[in-house]
Design a protein around this ligand. Sequence first.
Ligand SMILES: [Zn+2]
Length: 226
Amino acid sequence: MQLIPDGRLYGTNEQGLVDAEGILLTPETLAAFSAMQQAATAEGIDLRICSGYRSFERQQTIWNGKASGRRQLLDKYCQLVSPADYTEDELVQLILIWSALPGCSRHHWGTDIDVFDAAMISRDDLHLIPAEYLAAGPCHQLYQWLLEHAAGYGFYFPFQAGLSGVSPEPWHLSYFPQSGDYLAAFDIQQLTTLLQNSELRLKGSVLSQLDKLLDEFVYRVAPPPA
Ligand SMILES: [Zn+2]
């Protein structure tokens, strides 16, 4: 088992990550990504990362913004809803449709990335919705290429229909030679302490059902390729 820096799994430690044009990753993830990117270039695909490491603080800002109504809150049909119309338990479930609980995002690890094809769509126009990656979408060719080749570089899609608690994300890749160990090292006690001492909104509801939330949104992911 590799050494994992304290706090890395929960987004409170950036130590040892490397900067790739403003995006932080583990050195191993970046090296594997660069090799994969080079191979994609030969196929006319401009493989780029739009999101890598994200801190606990950043994820908490997103979460608290949705819980308080300062940031748009969408239901599963992408309809705008108001936090005032829901109980705390209902709000937790609603936010989790589109956002990870702070401390529970795989983006805290530096091993997971969101990718797109910059030859087909600009970062500003990208919404990270499934339609962009499915047939006729601008990132469809990229997605097909990744399905065939990503595993050869150590990457796979952890969020897949029917296999993960998180909704399918055909843009989210994980570097499984590292992230498999990271998931195995995930520790509910450390997370509980972090959340108890945080400024998280809906903290009481979250802590009262943390076991269940972890099973659904952290542990239930598609298995890496054999
Ligand atoms: Zn992602």
